[in-house]
Design a protein around this ligand. Structure first.
Ligand SMILES: O=P(O)(O)OC[C@H]1O[C@H](O)[C@H](O)[C@@H](O)[C@@H]1O
Length: 281
């Protein structure tokens, strides 16, 4: 079978040998192996029992990014902390695609009170020989307009952060969360990491390139999503996270496509789609 569920994890297998795993908890992609190489980072200390969002892979941020004073939801919302339904395989020709769904009636009473909207999320994860595609559809099932943020919080595995760079963000404005949200314009063609980095690049082009430093290149093509966050916790933040090894900041970088700088406005009855295609160059 190209996809099967066992113990709340769906495993995708492509005839090329590529594989991916998606936990029903958060619909979090926790592994993507292509050409025999694991491309995603999951912390050795990640908590996988459903009591906390998974530290690594692709946690799905919805309906808020960070925290919002007027919406009493936990950081990054409820999607990454909820069990999703597995809807099964969509196609199985050159690609293996599986879908997951989350509806408002699967939330806790507190979550529904904090964000009182009727909605349906459908998340499609598609595996080809050389690509991973993750696309989210949001359906507003109310008659009123709904506002949300969403982001694919992708943790990429790298050999050594010292040799990693991200291309495609030059000349875009970013909010620097390490500097209290101060905005600046990026002037580097290749963004490298040598300290704590937590930047929200706003309204950026859809094509980015991640050089993982070992000769491998990943192309990240987003669609329907405006912004890109680049994050590495570096030394002190790493030490402060219970579910992240002290030295693991060397082995990961988050490049997170999403719509987070502004609310997405979705009218009643309407559907929104956004996501990313990650390709091995
Ligand atoms: O610790 P988490 O809630 O998973 O958040 C991890 C990180 O997510 C994003 O990258 C934010 O920009 C960071 O500010 C945050 O620290």
């Amino acid at each position: 079978m190209p996809a099967q569920e066992s113990n709340k994890v769906v495993t995708l297998q492509h005839p090329s040998g590529a594989t991916a795993k998606v936990s029903l908890f958060g619909a979090t992609v926790t592994s993507w192996i292509s050409n025999g190489i694991e491309r995603l980072f999951v912390s050795k200390d990640a908590i996988l029992d459903g009591s906390k969002a998974i530290r690594g892979g692709i946690p799905l941020v919805f309906p808020i990014f960070g925290t919002k004073a007027h919406i009493p939801l936990p950081q990054h919302g409820f999607a990454r902390n909820s069990y999703w339904d597995y809807l099964g395989i969509l196609t199985d020709n050159d690609e293996v695609a599986v879908r997951f769904s989350l509806k408002d009636n699967q939330l806790t009473k507190d979550q529904r009170q904090s964000w009182p909207h009727s909605f349906r999320l459908v998340y499609t994860v598609t595996l080809t020989a050389t690509q991973l595609k993750t696309y989210l559809t949001v359906k507003n099932e109310d008659s009123d307009t709904m506002e949300f943020n969403t982001l694919l919080h992708t943790y990429f595995r790298v050999k050594d952060i010292a040799n990693v760079s991200v291309e495609g963000l030059s000349s875009y404005t970013f909010a620097d969360k390490v500097a209290g949200g101060a905005t600046s314009v990026e002037n580097r063609d290749k963004i490298t990491i040598a300290e704590e980095v937590d930047r929200v690049y706003q309204d950026v082009q859809d094509h980015l390139q991640l050089n993982t430093g070992d000769g491998q290149k990943l192309m990240i093509d987003k669609s329907g999503m405006k912004d890109t966050v680049v994050w590495n916790p570096w030394i002190e933040k790493a030490q402060g996270m219970g579910d992240f090894g002290n030295e693991e900041y060397h082995e990961m970088i988050c490049v997170e496509v999403g719509s987070v700088a502004q609310w997405v406005h979705l009218e009643g009855g309407q559907t929104w789609t956004g996501g990313q295609t990650i390709s091995i160059a």
